[in-house]
Design a protein around this ligand. Structure first.
Ligand code: ACO
Length: 326
């Protein structure tokens, strides 16, 4: 097998900022509650004209440039998203056209907030087996478009943005060392957008019932998240022949500071060894991990040979973790 790793990263967040103070004007909440319960202070919101493929494009251009290749060299584009531009064509196909990546196969992947890790696992195998040379994996979300800004249980959490990586061959000893993916469909009802699919097609009733917005059973998802983040990270480490003392940087899904702190406790890690940016961007679902990774790279927090653990969880329910030697 060819050793595969991340050879370029990029991120994009829209300019518009939604602060806790803005939210105080919209629902019965306050800055202190939001900060202590979630760690969040601001999120970015797409403009009415922007859709996920537009955010994905901006992040992708940076990642392709950082990888030192051109879009025409891409063999595969995988977009992980719960907010595609439309049901079909896929956001990946829309992006392929925008990028001029005429050679690339393209598809979307649905695994909610775990989608980026699922996408890495998927795309890296095409390269490891010699089928493809370069793959673009993206998490891109416009969660603001499916958020009910009258529901204080959810509207404080979510933001918009995109993170992208290019995968390619890396020197022996570096790159992806393991993946741990999982799902528990019996928890599907805890986190969902009920309508707009074949079960509940869009109708006046689904609109009235607000079934096109995110529904979340917050405390159940919280308990699941606290358990699964540690479990998934430890399983990925064990598959890589490593232990928690080997971790140089943890890049977790940015859902809630208390969920991240529980994972840090479980892994005996200090906050210095963890990338945290949820105070600036909130939870951006599939885009959270690649945005955090790209930001860690920008900030010089990732050096050659560092051992990274990416770990996330989300609707499905799903979870995923990966160990990478940078
Ligand atoms: N402002 C003020 N009060 C609030 C707010 C708010 N924004 N939201 C809820 N409350 C109230 C509740 O109504 C409740 O009041 P009550 O006791 O009178 O009923 C009280 O605060 C406590 O509510 P809890 O839900 O118990 O608060 P909790 O500490 O669990 O925090 C939270 C809620 C932040 C949502 C937490 O449960 C959480 O982070 N859950 C996981 C979320 C998550 O990770 N989701 C992943 C989604 S990713 C994806 O796939 C899109």
């Amino acid at each position: 097998l060819v050793p595969v790793g991340i050879i370029g990263t990029g991120k994009y967040v829209p300019d518009r900022i939604l602060t806790n103070q803005d939210l105080e004007q919209m629902v019965d909440t306050n800055d202190e509650w939001i900060v202590t319960r979630t760690g969040m202070r601001e999120r970015r919101l797409a403009s009415p004209e922007q859709a996920s493929s537009d955010l994905a494009y901006e992040a992708a251009v940076k990642a392709v440039q950082a990888a030192g290749i051109s879009a025409e060299q891409l063999d595969l584009i995988v977009v992980a998203t719960v907010t595609p531009d439309m049901s079909f064509p896929s956001t990946a196909c829309l992006l392929q056209a925008k990028l001029g990546a005429s050679k690339a196969a393209a598809f979307d992947l649905s695994a909610a907030c775990s989608g980026f890790i699922y996408g890495l696992a998927n795309a890296s195998n095409f390269i490891a087996t010699g089928v493809y040379k370069y793959a673009l994996v993206i998490g891109a979300e416009c969660l603001s478009k499916i958020t009910d800004y009258t529901d204080r249980n959810t509207c404080i959490l979510f933001g918009d943005g995109a993170g992208a990586v290019v995968l390619g061959q890396v020197p022996e000893g570096r790159g992806f060392k393991s993946f741990e993916l999982g799902a528990d469909g019996s928890g599907g009802n805890l986190l969902k957008v009920s309508a707009g699919g074949s079960r509940r097609p869009a109708s006046a009733q689904t609109l009235d019932n607000k079934e096109h917005f995110i529904y979340m059973a917050g405390s159940e998802v919280f308990k699941f998240a606290v358990r699964i983040m540690g479990n998934a990270a430890e399983a990925a480490l064990s598959k890589a022949g490593m232990t928690k003392t080997d971790i140089d940087l943890l890049v977790p899904h940015q859902a809630n500071i208390r969920i991240i702190q529980a994972a840090l406790n479980r892994l005996d890690l200090s906050e210095e060894k963890c990338m945290i940016n949820l105070h600036k961007y909130g939870n951006v679902s599939a885009a959270s991990i690649p945005i955090a990774l790209a930001e860690a790279v920008e900030e010089g927090r990732v050096q050659e040979s560092d051992r990274l653990v990416l770990v996330g969880f989300g609707g499905g329910l799903t979870w995923g973790a990966s160990v990478i030697v940078w």
